[in-house]
Write a protein that binds this ligand. Structure first.
Ligand SMILES: [Fe+2]
Length: 259
């Protein structure tokens, strides 16, 4: 099974973000996915669909994302607005308390798409109602893969660590009894590609499409410094006993060379 991990598209209704055109970046990614990964089972967008959460930005996002030829699943990040999102995507799945959370069954396990949105904050939240939904999902047997916007841990960049998931210990307590069945944790938010393990759970994050966060390991914590490292999306190849995640520099214009 192939899954495309797309994240942090940061669309606006009109114009640019930090001098780049996020709609053009998304259009390029969509064209690349259709042309190179038309066999993907799912495309999952792990939040920050828009920069400012306005309906016009979701409408522009919808226009581009509708061109994908495979099933697409949308999640929310700190730059999103749940009400405006639902204006444009009224049939997007949600849980029984209205959070944008859903589960997708696949032959290689259940994909759990979590909603870590916290209104008015760039940090994330996973409150008791959402943890209760997750606990009920995990009560079902079988392997799972978890997708979320905010990482529940530090990654060593102070400005990002300041806006990670709150209530990380409570979140971990829900996962802990099921850890051996959690095959991978995918997240966005950090606008960087990185891989590792958290308390035994393998994870990866992917670059954003419009702008990236610099590798500023010594701070500052109160100012986020970005850059225009190339955009990318993730290509996850998942079999019964393996998860491999590739970063695809889809905008790289260099031609194939014979090695
Ligand atoms: Fe973002």
């Amino acid at each position: 099974m192939k899954i495309i991990h797309l994240t942090d598209t940061h669309l606006v209704g009109f114009g640019t973000v930090h001098g780049a055109d996020p709609a053009a970046r998304l259009a390029g990614a969509v064209a690349s996915i259709n042309a190179e990964h038309g066999d993907a089972a799912h495309v999952i967008v792990t939040g920050d669909l828009t920069e400012n959460g306005e309906a016009a930005a979701y409408a522009r996002f919808a226009e581009e994302i509708a061109k994908l030829t495979m099933p697409v699943h949308l999640m929310l990040g700190n730059h999103d607005n749940p009400d405006a999102f639902r204006q444009i995507f009224p049939t997007a799945p949600c849980d029984d308390t209205g959070f944008t959370q859903s589960a997708i069954d696949t032959p290689q396990g259940r994909l759990l798409l979590l909603d870590t949105h916290l209104p008015g904050s760039h940090a994330g939240r996973y409150c008791e109602a959402r943890r209760d939904w997750l606990a009920r999902q995990l009560a079902r047997p079988g392997p799972v893969m978890v997708f979320m916007h905010h990482p529940p841990f530090d990654i060593g960049i102070p400005s990002l660590d300041a806006i990670k998931l709150q209530e990380a210990e409570a979140f971990h307590a829900v996962l802990a009894p099921h850890k051996s069945r959690i095959r991978h944790l995918f997240f966005g938010h950090v606008h960087r590609a990185l891989w590792g393990t958290w308390r035994g759970i393998p994870y990866s994050a992917m670059r954003g499409l419009n702008h990236q966060v610099g590798l500023n390991l010594t701070g500052p914590a109160d100012r986020m410094l970005g850059n225009f490292e190339p955009p990318a999306y993730g290509v996850a190849l998942i079999t019964d006993d393996q998860v491999t995640v590739h970063l695809h520099d889809y905008a790289d214009p260099s031609p194939d060379i014979l090695l």
